[in-house]
Design a protein around this ligand. Structure first.
Ligand SMILES: [Zn+2]
Length: 229
């Protein structure tokens, strides 16, 4: 039966993006290592598995996909041999396209997070929104690690360069995301603000409560979002 297999280049990019670790979050096994018998060889038990099946009748096969789509990196997930076998058992009924895409997305975000830790400041994104007659602060943490000691260190009003108030409000920890859409809602800022407030955030990225400038995230200008845009 015709199969839309992945090219060597697609397999390589899937492996690279997964950092050669299995994308099943309960496994995460490394899929590359040294041969002890031959110093010129590595052992590579990882597999580029199809999310939607490679051939008619295969697990999660989707007849509406073109061959090009079926054999592209977006239809692949990097797994160890054991997990690659497991997801296809019983025609794949226990491992849906949605689940495998979530594994892949989370795992790739994790490899990026691990890779760039301490180098890139992801920044927290956040915005003020009017809710129940009060301005509230919503913060999105795009990473899978918590940020600590979130402080709003200043307010200013939209289209105004001068700070509205030079105050600090401590909000505490911003938990890691559980899903891509997670936001953390913090209590009211000011109920009597005129216009749309913009805020700046400071936070640390460690549990060390001694504030150290070099451990701060950079000051982040919070883009504002109107409630009913
Ligand atoms: Zn695995």
């Amino acid at each position: 039966m015709a199969r839309d297999d992945f090219s060597a280049a697609v397999k390589r990019i899937l492996a690279d993006r997964a950092a050669y670790r299995c994308s099943n979050p309960d496994c995460s096994k490394i899929t590359i290592g040294a041969s002890l018998e031959d110093q010129s060889k590595a052992i590579r038990p990882g597999i580029a598995a199809h999310i939607k099946g490679a051939s008619i009748g295969g697990p999660r096969y989707d007849a509406t996909q073109t061959g090009e789509e079926r054999s592209s990196a977006s239809n692949g997930i990097w797994l160890c041999g054991g997990c690659a076998g497991m997801i296809d058992k019983n025609d794949g009924i226990d491992f849906s396209v949605l689940l495998l895409r979530r594994w892949k997305e989370d795992h790739e975000l994790q490899t990026f997070t691990d890779l760039s830790k301490g180098i890139i400041d992801f920044g927290l994104t956040g915005w003020c929104e009017e809710s129940g007659g009060a301005w509230k602060l919503f913060v999105k943490n795009p990473t899978m690690v918590p940020f600590y000691d979130l402080v709003v260190s200043g307010f200013k009003m939209e289209n105004c360069n001068e700070p509205f108030a030079d105050i600090e409000i401590v909000f505490g920890t911003v938990p890691p995301r559980q899903t891509m859409d997670d936001t953390t809602e913090y209590s009211r800022l000011h109920s009597d603000m005129f216009g749309h407030p913009m805020v700046e955030l400071e936070y640390t990225d460690s549990e060390d409560k001694h504030w150290r400038r070099d451990r701060f995230g950079k000051l982040t200008s919070i883009p504002h979002r109107r409630p009913f845009d």
